[in-house]
Design a binder for this molecule. Structure first.
Ligand code: DGY
Length: 323
């Protein structure tokens, strides 16, 4: 059998690339240069598979890749898949759930701590030599222990966060999700509440929903105004789940105390985005899963799923809508 041909659109570790080369003819982007649409279309014209992160897989791409059978995301999120366009052509789409849950959850606790205790701001303060007096009441932050966390979107990562928050920090955790998780409620002693109530009562509101048409701008002006003025919004899902203009207004005008953000409506974020100059917004560059070990495991999972699918084996990693 002729080896299937694949396009490696994002860098993968060397051993993963060697593994792919064992089963596939590989072309890869020259990563010294930023990707261009024309370049991508040129590269996918005769491939059977693509391994990548975040590239919109829509009609424009699919029309240019008549042989394409499998797209493998090196991510758990798959909002880059135009599910209808892929379904119409029978294209398989895979993702990498599971391997990144703990790593993303760790970062979320970091965002909570950094926002509430103002760590990035006070790091800048100390390094700039501004710490000149012992009385520092203007540097006070907010306690994490004993405060309330409301999780909107209780998937695998939400559960890991709930566990850390409840057992590690003694937080009072409630959640909103399309379906209730009775076992998790019982095991961790967490409470299910309607979304509106979560927004009203929580000291920290965490967004962990996947991005879908229903969750786009799930949190806008109305929802931000329901939150307490002392509360923090934490988003590690997708930027588009929040109306960013409304969030900026909320942070500027003090409707809420602060935000901890890993994701943005436009990524990479524009240098003149007001979020970058707001002291009460902790901003990191979509690094939820970005540890060496986890990214390595994600690349392996994505590569194995791609090869399995190209050789006619169900990888078990197909996204539900395309399986
Ligand atoms: C993913 O894999 O979809 C996440 O955004 C990682 O941070």
């Amino acid at each position: 059998m002729e080896k299937p041909k694949i396009f490696i659109a994002n860098p993968v570790p060397e051993d993963v690339e060697e593994f792919l080369k064992g089963s596939c003819e590989c072309v890869k982007w020259d990563f010294r240069y930023p990707k261009t649409l024309e370049g991508i279309l040129e590269n996918i014209r005769d491939v059977d598979g693509v391994i990548q992160v975040g590239m919109k897989i829509d009609d424009r791409i699919l029309d240019s890749a008549p042989r394409l059978k499998v797209v493998s995301n090196i991510s758990v999120g798959y909002n880059n898949y135009d599910l209808d366009a892929m379904k119409r052509r029978g294209i398989i789409g895979t993702n990498t759930p599971g391997v990144l849950d703990n790593t993303v959850s760790d970062l979320i606790l970091g965002l909570i701590l950094n926002s509430a205790r103002r760590i990035p701001e006070l790091n800048r303060f100390t390094k700039s030599g501004s710490w000149v007096k012992a009385d520092n009441s203007d540097l006070f932050g907010k306690d994490i222990h004993g405060s309330s966390l409301g999780i909107i979107g209780m998937g695998r990562i939400g559960e890991k966060v709930a566990r850390r928050a409840k057992l590690g920090f003694g937080m009072d955790v409630s959640y909103y999700n399309r379906g209730r998780k009775l076992e998790v409620e019982e095991e961790l002693g967490i409470v299910y509440r309607p979304m509106e109530e979560i927004l009203k009562i929580s000291d920290f509101v965490l967004l962990m929903t996947p991005l879908t048409p229903e969750t786009t701008h799930l949190v806008g002006e109305k929802e931000l105004k329901l939150m307490k003025a002392s509360a923090f919004l934490i988003n590690a899902s997708r930027g588009q789940v929040v109306d960013e203009k409304a969030l900026i207004k909320a942070l500027e005008e003090g409707w809420i105390a602060g935000a901890g953000l890993d994701v943005y409506e436009k990524e990479p974020i524009d240098a003149d985005n007001p979020l970058l100059r707001l002291q009460n917004a902790v901003t990191v560059p979509h690094i939820g899963s970005a540890t060496t070990k986890t990214r390595d495991e994600m690349a392996w999972a994505a590569a194995k799923a791609l090869v399995d699918e190209l050789y006619g084996k169900n990888s078990g990693m197909r996204v539900p809508e395309l399986s």
